[in-house]
Design a protein around this ligand. Sequence first.
Ligand code: NAD
Ligand code: ZN
Ligand code: ZN
Length: 362
Amino acid sequence: VIRCRAAVAWAVGKPLSVEEVEVAPPKAGEVRIKIVATGICRTDDHILEGCFPNVVFPVIPGHEGAGIVESVGEGVTSVKPGDKVIPLCLPQCGECSFCLNPESNYCLKSHVSEPQNLLPDKTSRFTCKGKQIHHFLWVSTFAEYTVIPEYAVAKIDAAAPLDKVCLLGCGFPTGYGAAINTAEVKPGSTCAVFGIGGVGLSVVMGCKAAGASRIIAVDINKDKFAKAKELGATECISPGDFKKPIQEVLTEITGHGVDYSFEVIGHADTMTAALASCNMNTGVCVMVGVPASGSVISIDPMLLLSGRTWKGTLLGDWKMRDCIPKLVSSYLEKKFNSDLLITHTLPIAKVNEGFELLRTGK
Ligand code: NAD
Ligand code: ZN
Ligand code: ZN
């Protein structure tokens, strides 16, 4: 058993509490990882807000980390102690019918199919003050050590800087993949990205890499515009500056609506606005933002009948175990610069300060 620090969420609406926790050794088919760095994704904040009723507290959040294998359980062959790895919040067992389908990146053996946020054997490896603490998405990267099923671990290049590539655990691949895999943005096209946080900025980078000629960033926080432009946005607009609904503004300034729109916020109203912003016939709208559980959308069916495509994405449609190591190699070859997404670096003791920076849009 390893004793180390972890940021524990004891209850909805409470700040995280940095505690000493016990991390049990990995069982068969599991890997114990020393987490070196983790990003904060808005999904972690959704947990603290209580948006997902199936997440059981107390829980250790965090799902965008990178680390080093400390030990492995019986039968683990794909990684060994000392390997650099990225924990995968979407696993890839490689055997289920979804994993065997080349067009799917979902895995039937994922925690999403078994939502009680314990490991596959329905137990936890974390305790604190004599209490069992739940895992989050099986990865719980807000702990200095975490235990994960082998098929939710990707071995990466030994040269990768873990404090940078941790972003390849969620935010960057989600946004970048939403543009290049899910939407399949074409060269010369026009794109609109609603919400330019870490994930939305990664969509902007993906649209640019795919050769879009016009990339319109939409956000209520104008402080985000400079970074969006640096990463490839050609225009930035704030809905508050217009009397008309933003979908009408976008339709007007582009003639017939954009070719591709992306919702990267997680609100029902911006999801329908993004759908209505793409052109009526060949437009493609991708839902990236995670809505609060129980959200309902009602739309005029004509929006889809006229030909539009509306799709969602999980982690940017990458088959995670196959693709994350390749994305790390592309990062090392400087094919994209996800370092530009890093705004602050804090020690784990200041994790709540990190959440405050996220909530205040900094
Ligand atoms: P973030 O909070 O950093 O960014 C959200 C941005 O949206 C902010 O810049 C905010 O100012 C802007 N915004 C808020 N309300 C707006 C409005 N009404 N109109 C325009 N802009 C508005 O969040 P993030 O970490 O970039 O995550 C974005 C979303 O993506 C979250 O919902 C997160 O849960 C989700 N997500 C989904 C997946 C997936 O697999 N689909 C993966 C990771 C994250
Ligand atoms: Zn995330
Ligand atoms: Zn599978």
